[in-house]
Design a protein around this ligand. Structure first.
Ligand code: FAD
Ligand code: NAP
Length: 509
């Protein structure tokens, strides 16, 4: 059963009132939460003023609707009357007004392209933009296939071959150092989707296969030559005349941000308590998926809540902080571990908490702008985390301590309200005992009188002590993650202390 938050939701301090995703936001009025919006969209009220009709909208017509009390916005060719949504927008009315009467696609993509606006705004749909006829020069490729001059010679290509029992799809990426994290493969209902991440571009092979294949697939990567093999097992040992029918985005190389998020259903296999309000969810990827979430990146989870698709980001962690710092091989990348705080009036986390073992939830491909190369040359790594802002630090710690040979110090300063809120405290303390490069400090904002450690909030004086270089000219990386105002304040303090933009990485959506 869905746990529908009470009317007073969201609470005054709630993230939904003050922030959406990770951007600082304006407070929403009472009765203007996401759940309230969902209720309004279900009320049968005519939200477009068009009594259910869909119209063709010209650019001139769109431009006329540019006021708060009459605001239309175009996203990917569809026009929405967002006037009734104004007060519910977590980013505030002014943010929405930036796209009033115009095409807001780019702005939307920059801020939160993962939000499913089609579902959220379906009752606000006015219609499609009227398409102006454009005379395209003969032989011009569709937009998706047009590549930058530098990319042209390096466009990946693919081929396929078969034996009696196997189909092998080979992708020649034409770039070195392709590793498992850059290859995402899914095969669902005969549809094969193989994506190769190439910096900020994505190459896709997407085909509706000619015949059925078995559930499990294998992926072989020849890192040095950039060759990726996807090996599928035929269901029936028959000869295939063709690989299959190409789908819309097949054989395209485009900017990653231009690809819609792809989801696969994952099974909840365990749910274990980490603290009084935080749980470790273990999700099993389908056998027909090859995916591993890179350090510092997050995924999106999608659930239907009261008939509306709701999407939230979460940062995968390891099953535990292994003291010998090797990811257990039995987990083989087939599981995704998420450490999630369940808020008593949280829309998404309450629904998550109600999932039973064996239930399925949609998990997206990874996203995020953190690059491991940022750590690879660091000598001092300082991690600043608050609450569940600890999650990106888990894989980062593992990576730093196992693979970055030039690191001299790794320090974590971890801000929480009370002792009971500290995530993986004993594991962190054990790690500090085991590895002399690692040090952890806990800071509590609401300690009991027995707490002998540091207390307070993030401040310049605390940071000044904490982020001292181990040597005068040490190469430093400082990573910070937590509630948006915490992160913003932290970044400002660090800049005031003289750290450069390149030395700071703030995690956000
Ligand atoms: P909402 O319905 O949005 O909020 C309602 C209630 O939640 C409020 O009443 C309030 O009590 C509480 N609340 C929510 N956020 C806060 C806050 N910051 N401070 C105080 N109270 C708050 N969360 C995780 O638990 N684990 C992760 O690994 C994780 N990774 C993330 C990665 C990224 C890139 C980002 C941007 C966020 C991440 N989050 C993570 C936060 C997560 O996406 C949701 O915002 C969170 O789970 C709350 O969702 P909700 O719908 O349950 O709460
Ligand atoms: P929390 O328990 O509410 O807070 C943790 C600590 O941070 C507490 O000591 C708290 O002090 C302090 N804090 C809260 N707001 C602050 C502010 N404005 N200024 C200074 N200190 C502040 O945290 P949480 O509920 O776990 O929330 C974690 C946050 O991290 C969420 O917002 C989540 O979205 C974000 N997150 C982001 C990413 C990412 O971007 N990649 C990943 C994971 C989590 P008080 O006692 O004053 O509240």
């Amino acid at each position: 059963m869905l746990n529908v938050p009470p009317q007073a939701f969201p609470a005054p301090a709630s993230q939904q009132r003050v922030a959406a995703g990770s951007r600082a936001k304006v407070p929403l009025k009472p009765g203007r939460s996401l759940m309230d919006w969902i209720r309004l969209t279900k009320s049968g009220k005519d939200l477009t003023g068009l009594k259910g009709r869909l119209i063709e909208v010209t650019e001139d017509e769109l431009a006329k609707h540019n006021k708060k009390e009459d605001c239309w916005i175009c996203i990917r060719g569809f026009v929405y009357n967002v006037t009734p949504y104004m007060e519910y927008h977590p980013g505030g009315e002014d943010e929405l007004m930036k796209a009033a009467g115009s095409d807001g696609t780019d702005l939307f993509d920059q801020v939160h392209r993962w939000v499913n606006y089609e579902s959220m705004l379906k009752e606000c749909l006015v219609g499609r933009m009227a398409v102006k006829p454009i005379a395209a020069p003969k032989g011009m490729l569709p937009e998706k296939k047009v590549l930058g001059a530098s990319a042209k010679g390096l466009t990946p290509s693919y081929d396929w071959f078969q034996t009696d029992s196997l189909i092998t799809v080979v992708i020649y990426t034409k770039q070195k150092d392709v590793n498992a994290e850059l290859v995402i493969v899914d095969c669902q209902d005969k549809q094969l989707r193989g994506e190769i991440i190439m910096d900020d571009h994505s190459y896709l092979v997407e085909v509706d296969l000619d015949h059925a294949v078995q559930e499990d697939l294998a992926v072989n990567i020849a890192e040095k030559v950039g060759k990726v093999e996807i090996i599928l097992k035929k269901k029936d040992n028959i000869h295939w005349k063709m690989l299959g029918r190409p789908l819309e985005s097949h054989n395209t190389l485009i900017k990653r941000t231009g690809r819609g998020l792809f989801y696969r259903k994952c099974k909840l296999v365990s749910k274990t308590e980490v603290t009084h309000d935080t749980k470790l969810f273990c999700l099993m990827l389908p056998k027909s998926t090859h995916l591993s979430v890179p350090t510092g990146q997050h995924v999106y989870l999608k659930q239907i809540i009261a008939g509306t698709e709701v999407v939230k980001p979460y940062t995968p962690v390891l099953p535990f902080l292994p003291l010998d710092f090797k990811e257990p091989s039995c987990h083989g990348g087939a599981h995704v571990y998420l450490m999630i705080k369940i808020y008593s009036c949280g829309l998404f986390t309450q629904a998550l908490d109600h999932l039973q073992i064996g239930d399925y939830i949609s998990v997206s491909s990874p996203e995020g702008n953190f690059k491991k190369s940022q750590v690879q040359t660091s000598e001092d790594l300082f991690l600043l985390a608050a609450g569940t802002g600890f999650t990106p630090m888990v894989k980062l710690l593992n990576f730093a301590l196992t693979e970055v040979s030039c690191l001299r110090t790794v320090k974590l300063i971890f801000f929480n309200k009370t002792e009971d809120d500290i995530l993986w405290r004993s594991q962190l303390e054990q790690l500090a005992l085991k590895d002399e490069r690692f040090e952890v400090q806990f800071v509590l904002s609401q300690p009991t009188k027995d707490w002998v450690g540091k207390h307070g909030k993030i401040s310049s004086s605390l940071l000044c002590e904490f982020v001292k270089r181990s040597r005068k000219d040490s190469k430093v990386l400082i990573c910070i993650c937590g509630p948006t105002p915490f992160t913003e304040q932290g970044v400002q303090y660090l800049k005031d202390l003289g750290y450069s933009q390149e030395e700071i990485h703030a995690f956000s959506a």
